[in-house]
Design a protein around this ligand. Structure first.
Ligand code: ZN
Ligand code: ZN
Length: 394
């Protein structure tokens, strides 16, 4: 009984950590332990660790850790790529080792021995495609095409030059400090892929996220069916009801079946919980990026829009305050209905919502769901219109 209890605790702790890490900043968790765990996981633990090292071993050791961190986080390196390959191959190995002996089973046909391998291989292929494809590097010889493909909106993008590459910076591009290059329609630098996600490989990245979510789902359901098959083949329900006298109802049987599964098939149960937990951030990330793709926005641009909107709101608030002050001053000087003007000023001041609604996100690159989706699948730089126009002789 101790082992199943431990497994349940392990699963609950993993779930709590996953929820805290992913959703800790949501407003519903404000002031709760989940927000505190999120802080600890994202910055707190690192801060405390560095302070501890500084206190115990001095500045030299802190600097050595910071330089290792610089290599791991701020320079291109394959550490996370290796970790991904290790996770997917180890998970597949453990699933094959623990569950393939029961395939074919009562609910699963023998074909799943091969389809599972194929599904993992496709996942790895999408990973390699995203990792090693060109994200849309802007160079001197293609910058003019990118400039015409992505015109400046004069809101969040204005004519600029990249101070590092010394070439014009097309709208929607960004210089990635890790890869040291300008990337068109820059989304973000992905550590797992050791590559930027940009104009040309967003489609592979999206396929990677969706495929790996489906892969986790497939694994969870397949292992579930293996266990359900074992339950049927070993006539567990019959034994429990006839020999142990347990009432034949799902509610009475469930705890006994769970206990039996955790005792006899704990590896499979653990793998199922692991796959289900991994599926959550994958589907969340896919949903987030799908929304961005359908509205033709990038992760980089969401920050730019946030900055723009908060700047405009502050500007509008300052304008409204100045106007209120002016009207107050004129009210005092003419001494007409001072009480009414005060209330009006108060009323005016309590209208930030009106002011907020005047600040809107005007995304000129959003051309409707269909066109936005088409642009991700067939990026501008892959189209014929993008190729450099050669001067016709004669
Ligand atoms: Zn650059
Ligand atoms: Zn990069």
């Amino acid at each position: 009984m101790a082992v199943p209890g431990l497994l349940v605790c392990q699963g609950l702790v993993a779930l709590l950590l996953a929820i805290s890490f992913l959703c800790g900043r949501w407003s519903i968790f404000q002031g709760t332990s989940i927000e505190r765990i999120h802080y600890l996981l994202s910055f707190g633990a690192h801060n405390y660790f560095m302070r501890f090292v500084q206190f115990l071993l001095g500045a030299k050791c802190t600097n050595a850790i910071l330089s290792v961190e610089y290599f791991c986080c701020d320079r291109p390196n394959p550490i996370l790529q290796i970790i991904y390959l290790a996770i997917i191959s180890m998970t597949y190995y453990f699933i094959a080792k623990s569950s393939f002996t029961y395939i074919p089973g009562y609910y699963l046909s023998g074909i799943h021995r091969y389809t599972s391998l194929l599904a993992v291989a496709v996942g790895m292929l999408l990973f390699l495609l995203t990792s090693f494809s060109d994200p849309g590097t802007v160079k001197a010889d293609n910058v003019s095409q990118y400039l015409s493909a992505y015109p400046y909106d004069s809101i969040i993008y204005t004519e600029k030059e990249c101070s590092t590459c010394k070439i014009p910076k097309p709208a929607r591009s960004k210089h990635c400090s890790i890869c040291d290059r300008c990337v068109a329609r820059f989304d973000h630098h992905c550590g797992w892929m050791n590559n930027c996600i940009g104009e040309r490989n967003t489609r592979y990245f999206m396929a990677f996220l969706l495929w790996h979510f489906l892969l986790c789902l497939y694994g969870t359901v397949a292992i579930g069916l293996v266990l359900a098959g074992r339950l049927k083949e070993l006539t567990v329900v019959y034994i429990l009801t006839v020999y142990y006298g347990i009432e034949n109802s799902p509610l009475s049987l469930a705890p006994h079946i769970v206990q039996w599964l955790l005792g006899a098939y704990h590896t499979q149960v653990l793998l199922m919980v692991f796959l289900a937990i991994v599926a959550l951030p994958l589907v969340g990330l896919f949903g987030y990026h799908a929304k961005l793709c359908l509205t033709n926005t990038t992760t980089n641009e969401t920050f730019k829009w946030q900055e723009y909107i908060s700047r405009q709101r502050k500007l509008n608030e300052a304008k409204a305050s100045a106007a209120a002050l002016r009207s107050n001053m004129s009210g005092i000087s003419s001494e007409v209905k001072p009480s009414v003007s005060k209330w009006r000023a108060l009323f005016r001041r309590s209208r930030p919502k009106d002011l907020d609604s005047s600040v809107v996100k005007n995304n000129v690159y959003d051309k409707g769901y269909f066109h936005n989706f088409y642009e991700v699948i067939f990026p501008m730089s892959t189209r014929r219109s993008f190729s450099p126009t050669k001067l016709k002789s004669g």
